[in-house]
Design a protein around this ligand. Sequence first.
Ligand SMILES: [Zn+2]
Length: 113
Amino acid sequence: MSFRLVFTCEVCGTTPDELTQGSIERQLLHARFGQYVDCYPEKWLVWHGNGIYGRTLYACGKHRGELKSFVRRHYGAIGWHPWSTETYAANPPEDLDQARRRLRHTGPKFVAT
Ligand SMILES: [Zn+2]
């Protein structure tokens, strides 16, 4: 069975082109908390809230400002992360193996009883 992840802009509902889709998919392998991530070539912005900062949010290149405004308005009183001016680049393809190994170590642990 194959499946495809569908990302839509939170503001206008558009979907990324194929290259940006791959960029967004690759950066999901990193365990992030309270970080903005750039995904090229369409310059999408992804907010990795997780935990107290809510779910992961996506914005196309035209609506990056709206996404940051939304995050800061809703979560800005909780901590400093929404106010960060730093954005991280999505994972380059050569970093995939390292990201997958890290994800295996941070995933949920099940203990047989
Ligand atoms: Zn948009």
